[in-house]
Design a protein around this ligand. Structure first.
Ligand SMILES: NC(=O)c1ccc[n+]([C@@H]2O[C@H](COP(=O)([O-])OP(=O)(O)OC[C@H]3O[C@@H](n4cnc5c(N)ncnc54)[C@H](OP(=O)(O)O)[C@@H]3O)[C@@H](O)[C@H]2O)c1
Length: 213
């Protein structure tokens, strides 16, 4: 599969490395290719391009940029390059400013989510929330006692969620589909809980698991 990864941060690099590891054809996008020189030297099959080049390349697109600029980056890419494609939305709506006792602030309210805002602005993109509720170190091949952890996903397009579920399965996750885009109101705050759990335990090796009977 051709994967276009938007971002040059730790999440983009971790997920792009996962796509490379599992044999996908990767273009990783940034405004500044020099930020990815070392990464691409270590992942020779991948290419670096602009955000628009990465999105155009992708049969699946990964959005892994700062939440406050997510709409701006998709706008720079343009609706045409996204139309009909699964867009894995790994972003979180984290507001600028300090955390309070380890609790980060959001720029969205409880009855909205960043993914819904993006889906409204880019109706032809098939957004699927995923990978936002775990640290980048554990996004690919997570290894925890008790088996694969759970990745909560949601989105309005069933085909896109099936594609993303296959990728999550390949990357070593148990997938829990929480339904339509509105479920992002519940999934995005999991990142708050993930960070608080790290602050109180002084460690970052944890992930969520949904247990079922
Ligand atoms: N860090 C984690 O472990 C983690 C875990 C789960 C979810 N997330 C979420 O995943 C996303 C990426 O996180 P991250 O820590 O990898 O990186 P980040 O520092 O949040 O974002 C870096 C990316 O944002 C882009 N960016 C920043 N300001 C910009 C601007 N003014 N215009 C255009 N692009 C801009 C950068 O573009 P350039 O490449 O052009 O510089 C870069 O690609 C965030 O939404 C975060 O909340 C993070």
């Amino acid at each position: 599969m051709k994967a276009g990864v938007l971002g040059s941060g730790d999440v983009a690099k971790a997920l792009a490395a996962g796509f490379v590891e599992y044999g996908h054809e990767v273009v990783i996008g940034t405004r500044d290719a020099s930020k990815l020189e070392n990464w691409v030297a270590a992942h020779a099959s991948a290419r670096v391009g602009s955000f628009a080049e990465a999105a155009s390349h992708g049969e699946v697109v990964v959005l892994a940029v700062k939440g406050t600029v997510a709409a701006k980056v998709l706008g720079a890419v343009g609706s045409e390059a996204l139309a009909g494609k699964p867009v894995i939305d790994a972003t979180n709506p984290i507001a600028d400013g300090p955390a309070t006792n380890g609790v980060i602030s959001f720029f969205t309210g409880p009855n909205d989510s960043l993914m819904e805002q993006l889906q409204r602005e880019f109706p032809d993109a098939r957004l699927v929330k995923a990978f936002n509720s775990v640290g980048n170190q554990h996004m690919v091949d997570p290894r925890f006692e008790g088996g694969p952890p759970t990745m909560f996903i949601c989105g309005n397009n069933g085909d896109a969620k099936r594609t993303v579920s296959q990728i999550l399965d390949q990357f070593g996750w148990d997938v829990a589909d929480m339904g339509a885009a509105e479920a992002a109101r519940a999934i995005e705050p999991l990142c708050m809980l993930w960070v608080v759990a790290g602050v109180v335990s002084h460690g970052w090796d944890h992930a969520f698991k949904l247990v079922r009977n």
